[in-house]
Design a protein around this ligand. Structure first.
Ligand code: ZN
Length: 298
């Protein structure tokens, strides 16, 4: 379980969200067999996406983030609903790059600029809210900073960190999002900038501390007021029914032909790696229920 704390500082002039996402990143590493570079890139994205998700208001609201640069990791996709169920995958999960000269994982090298980021918020309206942005650096935190700024018109700072051990396990992960709220005074902006300039080692902070400890460590002296505790977790939304729907794009004769060819039909979920396997009796049942028909579903 990942803990998320929403707070304000400086008499409510600045919003702060802290998330400890070690469990989310660990699960992603396990499900997808992520390299350290892929874990850092996807982990940072999952962390920021969970923050956006926890701010969604409607019961069925969700957000999907897509990042595609020219680097060897390929496309990265994350999604989160308003209940904190976050999931994601990376096209090439095993790509590993040498560490950067400063000893950090080379996330921007893996993502690669130029590239694009899209954020799609489904708020249950007729059309989803879509933001399309060029990547700033491919370091993910800077890219989300730009997104928050453009979508909410508020100056903000985003720090994201994933620390990987030599055994390929995630030792600590988390994020801090700081948003200047309207009517923030000049001196409060200055104080905030000073605090933000210290947010350089967040991955090691989350290795040893809880979200609340990290919050207190950086913001405890700035009239901190905690508003809300939330939780998030890596959880996929896929199901047998979703897989059935994928199969329903085939006509019955196409489906049986495929079965003949391969012995069984597998529908895989990219988000969690789960395989839904269909044999002849399973296909017969789908046909009986009208999920697959002689003519393709429209
Ligand atoms: Zn799944």
């Amino acid at each position: 379980m990942a803990e998320i704390i929403k707070a304000v500082i400086l008499n409510g002039a600045v919003g702060v969200t802290v998330i400890k996402s070690t469990d989310i990143v660990s699960k992603a590493v396990k499900l997808h067999g992520l390299s350290n570079t892929a874990a850092a890139a996807l982990g940072r994205m999952l962390t920021a996406t969970a923050v956006i998700g926890c701010n969604l208001k409607g019961k069925n609201d969700s957000v999907t983030v897509n990042i595609r640069g020219e680097g060897p990791l390929g496309a990265l996709v994350t999604a989160c609903d308003s209940k904190g169920n976050v999931r994601g995958y990376v096209e090439n999960p095993q790509v590993e790059l040498p560490l950067k000269p400063n000893g950090k994982l080379d996330v921007s090298g893996g993502v690669g600029i130029p590239g694009r980021m899209s954020v799609v918020k489904d708020l249950g309206l007729k059309d989803p809210f879509v933001a399309q942005l060029p990547l700033v650096s491919g370091e993910i935190a800077e890219d989300f900073t730009q997104y928050f700024y453009q979508s909410e018109q508020q100056a903000c700072a985003v720090a994201l960190g994933v620390m990987m051990g030599s055994n390929g396990k995630c030792l600590g992960a988390g994020g801090i999002v700081v948003q200047i709220l309207p009517f923030c005074r000049e001196e409060d902006i200055k104080t905030t900038e000073e605090i933000v300039s210290r947010l350089t080692q967040v991955s090691s902070d989350f290795k040893t501390h809880t979200a609340e400890e990290v919050l207190l460590q950086y913001f405890g002296e700035a009239q901190l007021e905690i508003l809300e505790h939330k939780e998030a977790r890596f959880k996929c939304k896929c199901s047998k029914r979703v897989a059935d729907r994928v199969l329903s794009t085939l006509s019955a004769s196409e489906a049986y032909e495929l079965l003949e060819e391969r012995g069984s039909i597998e529908v895989g979920c990219q988000f969690c790696g789960k395989q839904y396997v269909y044999d002849k009796p399973a296909l017969d049942r789908l046909k009986e229920k009208g999920v697959i028909r002689e003519k393709k579903a429209e």
